[in-house]
Design a protein around this ligand. Structure first.
Ligand code: 13P
Length: 264
């Protein structure tokens, strides 16, 4: 399927720090990264997603920067007796712009179902937070030939009931679970195939314009030496980076490898 408006799509590279960095390490990273970003010349949005405890410090340190702040999770209720949870409003008051929803680690280790993911997506969007929705298959699902089935199920469950306007504030990150933290990234063709498939599911659910405008990031062992190749694929509009985003110089190299050109 051809989606002609591909070049117009917003390109986003995001750092998912997972459960790493205290407030001192966060300040150190941001001052080093701000310096690295000064000479960047690429039409790309850069997002950093620290743990909750470092969001305040990150927000303070990013005040003069183009880099946007993201969180890694939220609860779908507004407030109440949910010990240990964090609401959309709390994130907003910190200046958070993006929130990652449905990361495979949340699904795998914290029992997040498609239903919970869908509730979180709705809460985030209705609270004016942009969503980075994660979807991806396990190795046995890939080997069993059900990758597309799994992606379709995850995407349809998470996006059901959303409007085209909601979709303008949502990004999908395709993150094959077998590629996360393993050093084994998807090949550019595997990434492209999955992204094109996800786009076709979104076209079926909404329409071709919504699908054509949707930013789809790739995540899973993105490194400075494989980023440009992955990002050169027509349906790959950015990256969600884990391990290689923990060092300012390595994350900056990934951002700088951006092949999108000045007119993207
Ligand atoms: P790695 O880049 O460490 O493989 O992690 C990817 C990821 O899970 C980003 O959300």
């Amino acid at each position: 399927m051809l989606f002609k408006r591909g070049n117009m799509r917003k390109k986003i590279i995001a750092a998912n720090w997972k459960m790493n960095k205290d407030i001192n390490e966060t300040s150190d990273f941001i001052s080093a990264f701000n310096t690295e970003m000064k000479d960047i010349d690429c039409p790309i949005e850069v997002v950093v997603c620290p743990p909750f405890t470092a969001l305040y410090v990150a927000a303070k340190n990013l005040q003069e920067s183009q880099v946007r702040l993201g969180a890694q999770n939220l609860h779908f209720e507004d407030d109440g007796a949910f010990t240990g949870e964090v609401s959309a409003r709390m994130l907003q008051s910190l200046g958070v712009a993006y929130v990652i929803v449905g990361h495979s680690e949340r699904r795998q280790y914290f029992g997040e179902t498609d239903e919970v993911v869908a509730k979180k997506v709705k809460k985030a969007l209705s609270s004016n937070l942009k969503v980075i929705l994660c979807a991806g298959e396990t190795l046995s699902e890939r080997d069993g030939g059900v990758t597309e089935k799994v992606l379709e199920r995850q995407v349809k469950a998470a996006l059901g009931g959303l409007t085209a306007q909601d979709m303008a504030n949502l990004v999908i990150a395709y993150e094959p679970i077998w590629a996360i933290g393993t050093g084994r990234n998807a090949t550019p063709q595997q990434a492209e195939e999955a992204h094109a498939f996800i786009r076709s599911v979104v076209a079926e659910m909404f329409d071709r314009d919504v699908a054509a405008a949707l930013t789809i990031q790739y995540g899973g062992s993105v490194k400075p030496d494989n980023a440009a190749q992955l990002l050169s694929q027509p349906d790959v509009d950015g990256a969600l980076v884990g391990g290689a985003s923990l060092k300012a110089d390595s994350f900056a190299k990934i951002v700088k490898s951006c092949p999108f050109g000045k007119t993207a």
